[in-house]
Design a protein around this ligand. Sequence first.
Ligand code: ZN
Length: 230
Amino acid sequence: MNTETISKKDDHNLNGFTIEDIGDDHLFTNLETPMKANAFDMSNDEKKQRISILFSEIMDVLGLDLTDDSLKGTPNRVAKMYVEEIFSGLDPQNKPKIALFDNKYQYNQMLVEKNITFYSNCEHHFVPIIGKAHIAYKSSGKVIGLSKLNRIVQYYAKRPQVQERLTNQIANELKTVLDTEDVAVIIDAKHLCVSSRGVKDDTSATVTSFYGGEFNSSAKIAELQNYLNN
Ligand SMILES: [Zn+2]
């Protein structure tokens, strides 16, 4: 991956970058989602209550009239959406439970699940990242239900994210559950913080990839690209 990675310990010296550069250039500090140690001390209901209060304050500061019938319910709706939907992947309790099956058919070629649509949010701007994930693996003797590949993608997408971390988190999870290094993840996504604001580039897309084990060879990558192009 050609991403400039900054060590978290470099807080005071961000390799010459400022916090602003990091946000606008979508650099990131860590392959793990940076979480506080006490992230789950509060219940989901408490979180929703707090977010609702804080979000109504943002709306108020912006000058919006919160007594208007159309705006009244927004803080509650946003709070519920953050906790239960678009950021639900922060909570390990929501991690999909994966059952594996024996590879009865002895199918030992690569399996490719392509065009898994996901919606995530950029952790630098909190606006959507919309994309497609393509996953491939070679069975080490066990196979996974196809819908579970999709669920793993959705779980890690439902966090404030950067695309490189999303790619790696999905790959690591697949390596763990499938007990193999032979996994590949390719993500092709559009970042609304790039298209709708900032440089306002509406046509660019970002592609990131992870090729592990046997996939890390030009022959396998070419074979995989061939599946993805057809
Ligand atoms: Zn962004």
